[in-house]
Design a protein around this ligand. Structure first.
Ligand SMILES: Nc1ncnc2c1ncn2[C@@H]1O[C@H](COP(=O)(O)OP(=O)(O)OP(=O)(O)O)[C@@H](O)[C@H]1O
Ligand SMILES: [Mg+2]
Length: 584
């Protein structure tokens, strides 16, 4: 945390100094209060002159007022500077955590749920912020009060101080023991809270599913149960804390009572003056209050520690490898896989690709067909280097993918994914995502080529139309065309189309197909499609089944293959559509 505070040292350190000053000045309060109250009673029972008493208490009151004014002034700046340093540092932590989060490998996201991750970013970091801005000043203030008060009492009576100090080791030991338990439970509580957040996130994202399956009661139950678990855990943590705090309070006020009782005896014997006694009592209360504040401070720190642990976990996770330094900009677009075997890290025992071999020359069109779950999308994910193969190699222009800088390599590819999720902004922004900084003319040209210009301009707001959360305000086919426009704008060397036209009606599909044909010219294209009509034009067709390439060749070659998988698929599809069947 302090590493992040360093850049804001010019606010943080003055604020810290101010904090020490105001805390020190707080000690003046019991001191002058003691003078004021004790002074009004006269000196140790002597009958003091009335006028001198009045003059004396006036002087003390004015001094106290000045001290309070000064304290107030410094406190104002202290709080402002502290907030400035703390909030800025926290914003940096948030930025870095987020920056790290989006750079984590895909495997990480397979193992963690989105709701949990966003909870870490918001709830955990808020906890850290509170600690930084509220607890740190508390620690300093209470420490100064404790030390100052003890010194004062020590000067007044070392015996009393020893009595007080004797109780401290026991208290500290208890704090340590309880603290561990509280910390564990508060981490547990944060985890539980994140779980409830996950449910909210997931169900709201898929609210249409929840409603259409009338699963509201089920989800409400699920949430309510998770909430119940959370409450149970927090209550358990609260019980530990309550026990701890109440014990401390009892012990502390016991000590204070004892000290005051002892001091009252000294006053009775005439060992100390009323002023000293009053100061004594006030300081004892302050010391007691300071000691009493520590359990809360400690439990807050333990909570923050639980939270930082989770944030640190993100910061410590390895980001995606940066890759080598080969020139990806000069990529011609040859793509090859050699004996690629792969299983998802989250399910290591199921091998999805089992020795895939293929080669695509620059500018070639390779279609990949095969039954659902065969591993087609996985193959695309490996080309994008979302994952690295367990065995075998992915090659670009004959060089291993790892030779190229990861970001530059991905820059040379564009994907129209199977499920298009747009960002919550305008259509224009969503298309420009393929090429940040694109001009309006470029964006419109791309939309035109993707056969999207027509439907976009039919909206009252045109390109400024907001697409809603993840693009819900657009139809599936419209979203797909926006994604195609995005890919066109990106102008990649390698084009990856994963069911790019699956959500289009035949007419739009034909129009978009033409656009894609134009787009694919001069680029290596990997086309995944269920509808074989869209892959017939490909230079080569790979039939993927159970993670293996079982057939490969042109449409004509594969159709001629007796008992071939492709032929069987083709017959099934084209028989159902007599016009296309005639074409075969
Ligand atoms: N992130 C993941 N973690 C674990 N397993 C996965 C993951 N994604 C996909 N799989 C599994 O990998 C297998 C292949 O999935 P893939 O998405 O590549 O199939 P596909 O050929 O694209 O199918 P479809 O035609 O239905 O899109 C499936 O059995 C699937 O369950
Ligand atoms: Mg798929």
């Amino acid at each position: 945390m302090f590493r992040y505070l360093k850049p804001y040292g010019r606010y943080f350190f003055p604020a810290l100094i101010c904090l020490f000053i105001t805390a020190g000045l707080s000690l003046a309060f019991p001191y002058f209060m003691g003078e004021l109250i004790g002074g009004s009673m006269g000196r140790g029972g002597e009958v003091a002159e009335r006028g001198s008493v009045v003059a004396n208490i006036n002087r003390v009151a004015i001094t106290l007022a000045c001290v309070l004014g000064l304290q107030a002034f410094i406190a104002y700046w202290r709080i402002r500077w502290f907030a400035r340093a703390g909030e800025s540092a926290l914003a940096d932590i948030r930025r870095e955590t987020y920056g790290r989060l989006v750079r984590l490998p895909m495997a990480y996201f397979g193992e963690h749920r989105v709701g949990e991750l966003s909870s870490r970013l918001s709830a955990d970091l808020t906890l850290i912020r509170d600690t930084l801005i509220q607890t740190v000043p508390q620690i300093v203030r209470q420490t100064v009060m404790l030390a100052g008060g003890l010194i004062f009492i020590l000067i007044a009576s070392w015996k009393l101080t020893l009595v007080m100090l004797a109780c401290i080791p026991a208290v500290v030991l208890l704090m340590a023991v309880f603290g561990r338990g509280i910390r564990k439970q508060s981490k547990h509580a944060q985890d539980q809270l994140a779980d409830t957040g996950v449910i909210v996130d997931e169900t709201l994202q898929a609210i249409a599913n929840v409603k259409s399956f009338t699963n509201e009661p089920f989800e409400t139950d699920r949430y309510s149960k998770a909430m119940g678990d959370y409450v149970e855990v927090t209550l358990r943590a609260a019980r530990a804390r309550a026990l701890f705090v109440s014990f401390i309070i009892f012990a502390l006020f016991g000590v204070v009572t004892f000290v005051v009782w002892y001091g009252a005896g000294m006053l009775g014997r005439g060992d100390i003056s009323p002023t000293q006694f009053t100061q004594f009592v006030l300081f004892s209360i302050f010391v007691g209050a300071a000691l009493g504040a520590f359990p809360d401070i400690l439990s807050q720190i333990h909570k923050a520690e639980g939270a930082t642990e989770r944030v640190r976990e993100i910061l410590a996770s390895d980001p995606e490898p940066a890759g080598g330094d080969a020139d990806a900009a000069a990529l011609r677009g040859e793509v090859a896989m050699r004996g690629v075997r792969f299983s998802y890290p989250s399910r290591p025992d199921v091998e999805i690709l089992r020795g895939v071999d293929f080669e695509a020359a620059a500018g070639e069109r390779i279609a990949v067909v095969g039954p659902s779950g065969a591993g087609k999308s996985t193959l695309v994910a490996l080309l994008l280097r979302f994952y690295d193969p367990d065995a075998g190699e992915v090659l670009f222009d004959g060089r291993p993918a790892a030779d190229y800088p990861l970001a530059a390599l991905r820059d040379r590819m564009a994907i129209v994914p199977q499920e298009v999720l747009l960002f919550g902004g305008s259509i224009r922004e969503n298309i420009a995502y393929g090429k940040p900084g694109a001009t309006d003319a470029e964006i419109e040209a791309a939309a035109e080529k993707a056969n999207a210009h027509g439907f976009i301009t039919s909206f009252p707001d045109g390109y400024a139309t907001l697409v809603g959360d993840r693009g819900v305000k657009l139809s599936g086919g419209q979203r797909q065309r926006v994604a195609i426009a995005r890919a066109i704008l990106a102008d990649p060397a390698i084009l990856l189309l994963d069911e790019a036209t699956s959500s289009l009606d035949s007419e739009s599909e034909r129009a978009v197909q033409e656009a894609l044909d134009a787009l694919m010219r001069g680029r290596t294209s990997i086309i995944i499609a269920h509808r074989l009509a869209t892959v017939r034009e490909a230079d080569r067709i790979l039939v993927l089944r159970d993670g293996e390439v079982v057939e490969s060749g042109s449409h004509e070659e594969l159709s001629a293959e007796k008992d071939g998988v492709y032929r069987m698929l083709a017959e099934l599809q084209f028989d159902l559509r007599s016009d296309a069947g005639a074409a075969v």
